[in-house]
Write a new protein. Structure first.
Length: 284
């Protein structure tokens, strides 16, 4: 539908005043009844479409989207072997914090002031810190401590320790990406492309043989990453473009690529993790 001449004039005035609003931070400049008095409903739709095309781009919160990916993966921590392992870790942590006798014995082996961080239901990285702290303990010494304290049921078996270290390895890159994009002293929009491509490459490697105990979690993380960042994966030609009207074009903006290219810390280095052929990388 084409706008009438009067509507076209109003669009021009609206865009001019929107620009003025952005410069002067004065929302009142559009509150002019005479500006809208001759606009019918059909023309109002056209005006809204024009304004939408000229509005400042609003970017999605990368950290929030990344947390949703991690949440999708953690939902798979529900198999009996994993539940048994996490229950042992949780009880061990509780004993360090609640039993003075056990804490004294723990510190006598691992050092005064040494402790195990508790988990926080609202922060997924608290789970990683909790598991990492236990994985970093000398398991032989931990086993001896638990036997001496009549807590042999909490001893982590060889298989469980392998599961623990693999789970920490699987989640650690997501923690690093989260920390990187929460910086306050540098631009973080340029981190989005390198982080997403690196995580995708990492998960592909985990699914191609590195993951033994947590293949289901690795697959859930990978599927969620590609679904939630599909717009970006299409933009950098890792996934084919879709034409369905239901497509989510979040992260499809060229801005992410431009910001990465202009950042001296990244430039085109992220292409080393790109799984595409040489001609695809050259095109990018």
């Amino acid at each position: 539908m084409c706008c009438s001449e009067s509507t076209t004039q109003v669009v021009a005035l609206v865009l001019q005043r929107v620009s003025c609003t952005l410069d002067e931070a004065d929302d009142g400049v559009l509150n002019d009844d005479t500006l809208w008095s001759h606009i019918n409903n059909d023309d109002a739709v056209d005006i809204n479409q024009v304004i939408d095309r000229h509005c400042i781009m609003r970017l999605a919160c990368f950290c929030h989207t990344l947390q949703l990916v991690i949440k999708d993966g953690l939902l798979k921590l529900n198999t009996p072997p994993i539940r048994s392992l996490t229950a042992k870790c949780s009880k061990l942590c509780n004993m360090v914090h609640k039993s003075a006798l056990f804490r004294d014995a723990f510190e006598s082996i691992f050092g005064v002031g040494r402790s195990l961080p508790k988990t926080n239901d609202t922060r997924w990285n608290s789970i990683l810190n909790h598991l990492s702290s236990i994985a970093n303990l000398d398991q032989a010494q931990l086993g001896n401590l638990l036997r001496d304290q009549n807590q042999s049921s909490l001893i982590i078996t060889t298989k469980e320790f392998a599961m623990l270290t693999e789970l920490v390895e699987l989640l650690q890159p997501f923690a690093e990406a989260t920390d990187l994009t929460q910086g306050e002293s540098y631009a973080t929009v340029s981190c989005v492309v390198p982080c997403v491509v690196a995580l995708d490459n990492f998960l592909i490697n985990m699914l191609n043989g590195r993951a033994v105990h947590h293949v289901i979690i690795a697959r859930a993380l990978h599927e969620s990453l590609r679904r939630r960042f599909r717009g970006l994966f299409e933009r950098i030609q890792i996934l084919p473009s879709q034409t369905s009207s239901s497509d989510d074009f979040t992260y499809n903006a060229m801005l992410y690529l431009i910001a990465t290219f202009l950042d001296a810390n990244y430039g085109l280095l992220w292409l080393e993790d790109h799984p595409g052929l040489v001609n695809v990388k050259q095109c990018l």
